[in-house]
Design a protein around this ligand. Structure first.
Ligand code: E4P
Length: 223
């Protein structure tokens, strides 16, 4: 399973990239607005830090402008995945960019039917938003189960299920159990994945007991 971080905060991205566990990055217009940064500069910098796919979203909603924006964004770095909305025009752009050999992430997916269309349009990734479905009382992870099942039925589909709008570690584990290819996770949730109180408690005990031995490993002293 691949982990992408869902943020436009470059400092967070650098920090998490240093763990060696980061496979890519997703941004969206809301995250870019929150960063206060110039979008094109920011995306170029992210692409230097993380070599995996970096999703950069088009801003327009009509076919011609989205296609032009998508081609422009794709020219920034080879690891750009152009993000387009799951609309008829967005899928048309997806088809065109995919045919050019570009990676496309189809975003704002909320149904299995939409995910089938994204796969048929040649998307590299489809992004079902589990948290936003949960927020309105629907079953976000149920949608992931449906899409994974459908995609498995069609080996000619090469679209990866990118679980988005992740709110907590339970979403990540549930996505992994279902065999989703990728989870894009906010930095705070990514850090939560490392934590367990028994790890902290156990480590404190080991550190205390080790001190009682009076030894240091790097002294290279043997009896
Ligand atoms: C995915 O690519 C989106 O950027 C993101 O996961 C949306 O999450 P939100 O529902 O927390 O805004």
């Amino acid at each position: 399973m691949k982990f992408f971080v869902d943020t436009a905060d470059l400092a967070e991205i650098c920090d998490l990239a240093a763990t060696g566990l980061l496979d890519g990055v997703t941004t969206n217009p809301s995250l870019v607005a929150k960063s206060g940064r110039n979008f094109l500069d920011l995306v170029a910098q992210i692409c230097e830090v993380v070599k995996g796919p970096v999703s950069a979203e088009v801003a327009a909603t009509d076919f011609d402008t989205m296609l032009a924006e998508g081609r422009f964004l794709a020219g920034i770095a080879p690891n750009i995945a152009v993000k387009v909305p799951l609309t008829p025009a967005g899928l048309k752009v997806c088809k065109a960019l995919s045919s050019d050999g570009r990676q496309v992430n189809v975003t704002l997916c909320f149904s299995a039917a939409q995910a089938i269309l994204a796969a048929k349009a040649g998307a590299a990734f489809v992004s079902p938003f589990v948290g936003r479905l949960d927020d309105i009382g629907q079953d976000g992870m149920g949608l992931i189960a449906e899409i994974c099942q459908i995609y498995r039925n069609y080996p000619e589909f090469h679209t990866e299920v990118l679980v988005a709008s992740v709110r907590h570690p339970v979403h990540v584990v549930a996505a992994a159990k279902l065999g989703a290819h990728v989870a894009t996770v906010p930095p705070a949730v990514l850090r939560q994945l490392f934590n367990h109180p028994l790890t902290d408690k156990g480590l404190a005990q080991f550190v205390a007991d080790w001190q009682k031995t009076g030894q240091t490993i790097l002294d290279n002293k043997r009896s």
